[in-house]
Write a protein that binds this ligand. Structure first.
Ligand SMILES: [Zn+2]
Length: 339
């Protein structure tokens, strides 16, 4: 999720064309009800149909309730409509999504508190798998501590994100004193902060991690490096930043988002493998976890196809590895409650 102009630039830079979502699968979130999907690969020792999945990056937006200024951008017209929990539950197919975590959607700032209430209501209800939320918030603001106060003890509010790659977010913003102090405050509340940054600036996230060592920081979307990018200099800068981030024990990596940078209608799982495997090797399997990034992913592929692609990439890894990636690490790192 990125704001209007930078989302467009990001997508254009990545060569992403608008694509239909072709969303057809259906089911309730009770995985037992679903037909088995045959995705077990030849030679794979793991029955991937049985993998329990935590989707740690589920966006929802009800445009009758919220204003998302970035959705006016040309590159995102395909997803410029409401996306509700009921839509999501129809699209996870035979994948066993057992928990989801809401990810903030960059609503207008005066709607952030209402956004939090909206998702807390979903967490309370038993008709969906949502168990927690990463809410919007502005650590750059002196008001942030006041804003967070009502959520300090709320175990459904697991963390905060503010995207750092919008045009109005200068490089180095996350290292300004107020920002750092507020990220430290999140750690004191036992909440995390998601780093959604330009791929060449991940090193700043590493510095923030050093300044706020008690706060868990999660690098979103494999560090936002487009999978189609072939400029070595850009890849080198991203890789160097990711290595610096991985050197801090309080930084984690969300395997998400990159599907939107693949070529719509002409991608295959292997196109994503280099970026995914670099992240897995750099952070190690204990510090990586899956995120769906629906419905943004549908600009390139249906959610179920993105999940299948990641399963394909790791199909030869041991069961323990796959469980950590798709489920266990998310519960541990985001400190998720049961429903
Ligand atoms: Zn997103």
């Amino acid at each position: 999720m990125v704001a209007q102009s930078s989302r467009r630039e990001f997508l254009e830079a990545a060569g992403v064309a608008a694509a239909g979502a072709c969303l057809t699968l259906n089911s309730s979130f009770a995985a037992e009800d679903r037909p088995a999907q045959v995705i077990r690969k030849k030679g794979s020792a793991v029955n991937q149909n049985d993998l329990a999945i935590v989707d740690t990056h589920q966006h929802l937006w009800d445009l009758t309730k919220f204003n998302l200024p970035w959705l006016k951008g040309d590159a995102v017209q395909k997803i410029n409509r409401s996306y509700l929990m009921a839509d999501y539950l129809k699209l996870i197919g035979s994948h066993k999504v057992v928990k989801t975590v809401y990810m903030e959607v960059n609503v207008a700032a005066d709607q952030q508190a209402a956004e939090a209430e909206y998702v807390l209501d979903l967490c309370r209800r038993d008709d969906n798998p949502m168990v927690g939320a990463i809410i919007g918030g502005s650590p750059q603001s002196a008001e942030f501590a006041n804003y967070m106060k009502p959520y300090a003890e709320n175990r459904r509010i697991n963390g905060v994100r503010t995207v750092l790659h919008d045009d109005d977010r200068p490089k180095g913003m996350c290292l300004e004193k107020t920002f750092v102090d507020n990220v430290k405050l999140l750690g004191e509340m036992d909440k995390s902060f998601d780093l959604c940054m330009r791929p060449g600036e991940i090193g700043d996230g590493a510095k923030l991690a050093e300044l706020a060592p008690k706060t868990r920081l999660i690098v979103d979307h494999c560090g936002n490096m487009p999978v189609t990018a072939d400029k070595q200099q850009a890849r080198d800068a991203w890789m160097a930043g990711m290595k610096e981030a991985a050197a801090r024990p309080n930084v984690f990596c969300k395997i998400s988002g990159i599907i939107v940078t693949a070529k719509a209608d002409a991608w295959k799982p292997q196109d994503l493998a280099a970026n995914v495997n670099f992240c897995l090797e750099t952070f190690g399997i204990d510090r990586c976890f899956f995120g769906g990034d629906w419905p943004v992913c549908t600009l390139t592929a249906p959610l179920a196809d993105w999940i299948s692609a990641l399963k394909e990439i790791v199909k030869d890894k041991p069961l323990d590895f796959q469980k950590k990636l798709f489920h266990d690490n998310a519960v541990r790192i985001y400190k998720l409650q049961d429903k």
